[in-house]
Design a protein around this ligand. Structure first.
Ligand code: FDA
Length: 634
């Protein structure tokens, strides 16, 4: 009899649960947002539930890797495209109160699609509408909102002055939010370091929906967000950069050698000199499979931060074998050089600014390595041979020289640790177009084989990797969507964490634990929280005063909690003590709610386990846990 009762209960509850879940969370989230007056007045322009006719085009607009745009790729329940900081605050608070994961997207270039894909019910906060750039040429600074692209920043800096520059990526379409969060290198890396090395201030929305700046974050968190990985500490709304000065004229040149010309000898010479050249000279190597006839092209792409005369004498003295002549050298401004390096069809700075969806997005996979001693010729020959493998459509191997400014900056200056002692960085990359599992498997296998092959010739203990070339092959968090809390999560994260951050990983974990202990900002490779601290605190400062807004459209201040959550969620008012729950049942301050338990206040192991399951698998799992309990004990 009791078994029959239980089975009926199971049926009834399952039926209800099937109706609940995603749809209900979606509706509740949208309803929560509409309670915010600032969102409500713009809702049709900023909130796109999955049944909105514009949903797919907005989602696909910034997707750069087709591997994460298939019919089976998990899609967000809602996309929010905020236009000001209060919209972001509302999205953070509503996602928390409805137990939705938040994935923030700036340029959408994440190699593993983590800014727009999650295995658990999620919302995408797409910053595409937040791309204001204000250059202050007199003070050599710029405030840039995260949704701007690198090209847009280059164009604005170039238009403001011929002697100012911003060291960021080679590719102009990359988003500021993601690239600075992981480091950000471009053609000026030997001259000026990384984008993240030049951050002077930030505007961040934290897990409690508060707007913070450098002063209120404290120096630890300010250190962590300059390269410690995106979607880990908060939503960076805007960055203030110190710009660098450059001469009015820079010089570009490029020389290509093919397999038939025996490129190994040039590569050997390059390995000897590239990191020791004056900081002004960059010789970067791009190797790819050329067609008609099929060969490997080894392109030596060069930028000299100075005039053609000086560039010529320097290259003829240091690398005469390349055979560079004045005819292949071109003088231009630094901003124009970024157009050339990006390979854009266009000559004006405006061409850097246009943001259109990529046509014919291809599939790709990438991996990275650091080299600390020269690779032997025989190994280089083997690599070139692998690039010629039949059936592999577009293999690329890119060598970016280090030394110069990169070696002058201490390895713990920001979380990006790859400084002195590195000769160069390798990026392995393979693209394919065909929509076929077989072709996909062959290309994935190829790049993994190349990576295995190179293992003996690159850095070890750890085998270092570049955070911005995200590679889930090197490890994932324990609970892939939440990152997980606690010691086990930490041990698992360490596997990939020390590869990206080396000795800086430990400090990142401490800062994360203190600042976002519930791990609200998380993904498959976010820094884990040990789960012991109080949310919103930093190890050096717990000042929550409002940050000043850098641009006119931002509301600034700490108003989201008040505005969005009329009494049912107490996060975000900037005055609470920090140990009050922020989960979806946090209106009673009694320390027993899920949000509070996860932070370690008053929790016991059973409730913690239940809480983790619910956080990991969503509210639906709560019903299943109740059913399991009934079946086992009633
Ligand atoms: P995306 O929006 O996908 O974000 C990447 C990560 O950062 C995600 O985890 C996301 O959640 C998080 N994030 C985004 N905005 C955030 C915000 N405002 N606050 C907090 N977290 C945020 N790199 C390089 O150093 N030099 C280069 O030349 C290039 N070139 C290049 C070319 C191409 C075609 C691609 C696809 C990629 C590169 N990259 C690169 C790598 C690039 O730096 C890396 O993919 C960045 O993370 C991309 O940043 P987006 O904002 O575009 O990505």
């Amino acid at each position: 009899m009791s078994l029959l009762l239980i089975l009926s209960l199971v049926f009834l509850l399952s039926w209800n649960v099937a109706d609940a879940g995603g749809d209900d969370q979606q509706k509740a989230f949208v309803q929560c947002l509409s309670n915010s007056t600032s969102v409500a007045s713009n809702i049709s322009n900023i909130v796109y539930p999955s049944d909105n006719p514009s949903f797919s085009s907005i989602l696909e607009f910034s997707i750069r890797n087709r591997r994460f745009d298939t019919p089976t790729t998990p899609k967000p329940l809602v996309i929010v495209t905020p236009r000001n900081v209060s919209h972001i605050q509302s999205a953070v608070l509503c996602a928390q109160s409805h137990n939705l994961q938040l994935r923030v997207r700036s340029g959408g270039h994440d190699y593993e699609g983590l800014s727009y894909v999650s295995p658990r019910p999620f919302v995408v906060l797409d910053l595409i509408q937040m791309s204001n750039i204000t250059v202050d040429a007199a003070n050599q600074t710029a405030w840039v909102q995260s949704g701007a692209t690198v090209g847009q920043v280059y164009a604005q800096v170039g238009k403001s002055s011929n002697t100012l520059a911003f060291p960021a990526s080679v590719c102009h379409t990359v988003g500021i939010g993601g690239i600075v969060s992981g480091g950000g290198y471009g053609t000026l890396l030997r001259y000026a370091g990384l984008a993240a090395d030049h951050v002077a201030d930030v505007q961040v929305v934290d897990a409690r929906g508060r707007v913070r700046d450098r002063a209120s974050l404290g120096e630890d968190v300010f250190w962590a967000i300059r390269g410690g990985g995106g979607n880990t500490f908060g939503i960076v709304v805007a960055w203030k950069f110190n710009l660098v000065t450059v001469p009015e004229t820079v010089t570009m040149f490029s020389v290509t050698k093919t397999l038939e010309q025996g490129p190994t000898k040039y590569l050997a010479k390059w390995q000897k000199i590239a990191d020791a050249l004056p900081n002004e000279l960059l010789i970067r190597i791009v190797m790819y499979k050329a067609v008609n006839p099929v060969t490997i092209a080894v392109v030596f792409n060069c930028l000299y931060v100075g005039s053609k005369d000086k560039a010529l004498s320097l290259i003829q003295e240091s690398f005469p074998e390349l055979g560079v002549t004045p005819e292949v050298m071109f003088e231009m401004t630094w901003a124009q050089s970024t157009i050339q390096f990006a390979g854009i069809n266009g000559t004006t700075l405006d061409s850097l600014e246009s943001r259109t969806p990529v046509k014919d997005v291809t599939y790709f996979k990438a991996k990275s390595d650091y080299v600390t001693k020269p690779i032997p010729d025989s190994a280089m020959d083997g690599l070139l041979k692998m690039m010629m493998q039949d059936g592999i459509e577009q293999p690329y191997v890119i060598f970016t020289p280090y030394g110069g400014k990169m070696a002058e900056i201490a390895s713990n200056s920001i979380p990006f640790p790859h400084r002195e002692g590195n000769l160069f960085k390798i990026q392995y990359l393979v693209y394919w177009k065909e929509d076929s599992e077989e072709v996909s498997n062959a290309h994935m296998k190829w790049i993994r084989d190349v990576y295995d092959y190179m293992g003996s010739y690159v850095s070890s203990n750890p085998r270092a990797a570049y955070m911005n070339y995200r590679d889930l092959d090197i490890g994932e968090n324990m609970n892939s969507s939440t990152g997980g809390n606690g010691t086990m999560a930490y041990q698992q994260a360490k596997v990939w964490g020390v590869k990206y951050f080396k000795g800086n990983f430990e400090r990142l974990v401490k800062i994360k634990t203190a600042f976002d202990p519930t791990n609200f900002f998380s993904n498959e490779q976010s820094i884990p929280s040990l789960g012991a601290g109080k949310e919103g605190q930093t190890t050096s400062s717990n000042n929550s005063s409002p940050a000043s807004a850098p641009s006119g459209d931002s509301d600034g201040g700490n108003n989201a909690g008040n505005e969005t959550q009329s009494g049912d969620n107490n996060a975000g008012n900037g005055t609470q003590s920090g140990d009050v729950g922020q989960g979806d049942n946090n209106n009673n301050n009694n320390g027993t709610q899920i949000g509070g338990v996860l932070r370690g206040d008053n929790g016991n192991s059973t409730t913690q386990t239940i809480a983790s399951v619910v956080i990991r698998y969503g509210p639906r799992s709560y019903y299943y846990l109740v059913l399991l309990f009934l079946v086992l004990f009633v």
